[in-house]
Design a protein around this ligand. Structure first.
Ligand SMILES: C[S@@+](CC[C@H](N)C(=O)[O-])C[C@H]1O[C@@H](n2cnc3c(N)ncnc32)[C@H](O)[C@@H]1O
Length: 291
């Protein structure tokens, strides 16, 4: 691909949702973009976005996904919980596990709490803000470390990890393949086709995280996909404020803007009000791969 064309693609796609699969662009083009970006590094704007949303992300996610008392309820199959359980069931004493694009490290901490196995856990993220929160929150946990690192260019040796996990992040599958041991597992957590379909419609936000595409990239990297499991549920937000809080941390580009979008969101809240709260759709998928 010519340099000028690459520059045009980057310029065009920089205006669209960034580091997480999603956006007003075609899947093929999006993944091309990710590949180019992997050479150029994630754009500074995105790192800034993640730095800024690190603290809020922790609040919204922690309460959302792990059934603790909080503003968001999940009714139906809890994909997050299932992901943690799937990973936990594969842990054995002496193993090494890494979460790539770990954010605030919330999922590693959840796995740490859930297991009684002696496992070395590492989380990496390109956002120093996320890693700062992760380190702070994990101070008292043994065998759990966090580093600022690009998932496309990690500093680990070949065949180093027994398990690699990734939730809603950039999937540098080739690098994962390199650092994973032969016979090791890669557990991906991705959004399904109708995930958040109401928000997608409300903000004309077209998603591009197509399952076929994940499969293609995983196979290209050398993985054997051993299982794909879909989870359906509904999420309920206590009020417009809690829904806005979640929207704040989603990498939309341009980002969700309270001043501009709140009126629209209020209308949505009225239309989708239920006795449990403001409803939206959750569709999550766990992809299990083996090297
Ligand atoms: C949508 S968030 C998901 C975070 C976490 N996995 C979770 O589920 O809460 C995506 C994360 O990927 C990180 N990220 C994006 N590109 C990255 C890269 N090239 N290397 C490492 N981390 C990256 C972002 O900083 C962000 O924390």
């Amino acid at each position: 691909m010519g340099q000028a064309f690459q520059a045009t693609v980057i310029k065009q796609l920089d205006r669209d949702p960034g580091s997480n699969p999603g956006g007003r662009i075609l899947p093929n083009l999006y993944f091309l973009y990710i590949q180019i970006k992997s050479m150029a590094g994630l754009s500074k704007d995105w790192i800034k976005f993640y730095d800024k949303t690190a603290i809020d992300r922790e609040t919204a996610l922690g309460k959302n996904n792990f059934g603790k008392i909080g503003p968001i309820k999940i009714i139906g199959e809890n994909g997050d919980r299932a992901w943690i359980e799937t990973i936990k069931s594969r842990l054995k004493n002496g193993m090494r596990i890494i979460d790539i694009g770990c954010g605030t490290g919330i999922h590693l901490r959840e796995i740490h709490r859930a297991t009684n196995k002696n496992v070395k856990m590492i989380g990496i993220d390109i956002s120093p803000g996320m890693i700062k929160v992760a380190k702070n929150k994990s101070r008292k946990m043994k065998n759990l470390e966090f580093f600022v690192m690009d998932t496309y260019k990690t500093r680990f040796k070949d065949n180093y990890f027994d398990i690699v996990i990734n939730r809603l992040g950039v999937k540098s599958n080739k690098e994962v393949f390199r650092i994973l041991k032969k016979g090791g597992y890669y557990f991906l957590f991705v959004t399904g086709r109708d995930d958040w379909k109401e928000m997608v419609k409300l903000f004309s936000f077209k998603k591009s995280d197509d399952l076929r595409f994940h499969k293609k990239l995983l196979k290209e990297a050398g993985f054997k996909i051993t299982k794909i499991k879909k989870y359906s549920s509904a999420e309920y937000y206590k009020n417009v404020g809690s829904l806005a809080k979640t929207l704040d941390i989603v990498p939309f580009k341009p980002p969700f803007n309270r001043k501009k979008h709140l009126a629209k969101l209020k209308k949505y809240a009225v239309k989708h009000a239920t006795p449990l709260g403001i409803e939206s759709t959750q569709r999550r998928v766990i992809i299990t791969c083996k090297k």
